[in-house]
Design a protein around this ligand. Sequence first.
Ligand code: SIN
Length: 320
Amino acid sequence: MPSHASTIVVLGTGGTIAGVAARADDHVGYQAGQLGAQVLVDAVPALAERVARGEALIEAETLARLDSCDMDHGTWLALRARAEALLARPEVAGLVVTHGTDTLEETAFFLHRTLAADKPVVLTAAMRPATAPSADGPQNLLDAVTVASLPGARGVLVVFGGRIFGGADLRKVHGYRVEAFHAGDAGVIGDVVDGQVRCYRPWPTAPLHAAAASLLPADAWPVVDIVMSHAGARGEVIDALVAAGARGIVIAGTGNGSVHRALVEAARRAEAAGVIVRRASRCQLGGVVGSRPDSLPSAGELTAPQARIELMLDLMVARP
Ligand code: SIN
């Protein structure tokens, strides 16, 4: 093995990419998060070939085996801490994190805001379980390793379906199709075509959130909940969340962040009780543009789940 070979560490957290179905043609009735990271790496012969040619060293670690709908703040902290330790190793060129698609955008955003990624941290996933005849996981993993190995690449990225997304730009827009993700108005950073990376814009370099310097343990994170505005919405939902200890509430408003008047009234009661309220859009694309003097504070371009993470971080910094 040549001494210049760079190490890529694949960290497994679960998801459909590690999912197993009882029948090979079952694309939806499977169990996510069954296979460990080493099994996923071993399923991609092209990765073994790269190692054999001395182009890379690949380590695999299984951090969690979650269906990502069950993702939690403790796992985020463990993932961030492990990523930080691995990135500090000089021979590590980049990381790949395998993950479920359902909360991929949340984990990507959390890492984007809190992890100093001078090297690439590439999340990837799959819409079809590892047992499917046309599983998309192996190609996505191969492409993710390609990007993680790329000299000069940096930041929290998502590689999926041959596309490179910024960690803050990803939105899941389809529940079961293989083309499940959108890069929002930012557009993709680049493509991976036949093992070659084509970039259309710079790697993400946004500053970290101030809370990244001293994240609280998971059981001390401020409670922030999301409420959706819809026809017939009830303010009692917000009242109940405040009574249950919410310190922040994100309202996923309709359209450009408009909010049912019953929720606005309840949000004003919440604000009077010291709860921070932000207004996002339940639309996946576009965010909230502009503001009216009488409207609740806007979450801007952030989706509601992103706004929830941002508000938790804000509240960690603002703690008394
Ligand atoms: C999950 O998010 O863990 C299951 C669904 C998926 O990965 O597509």
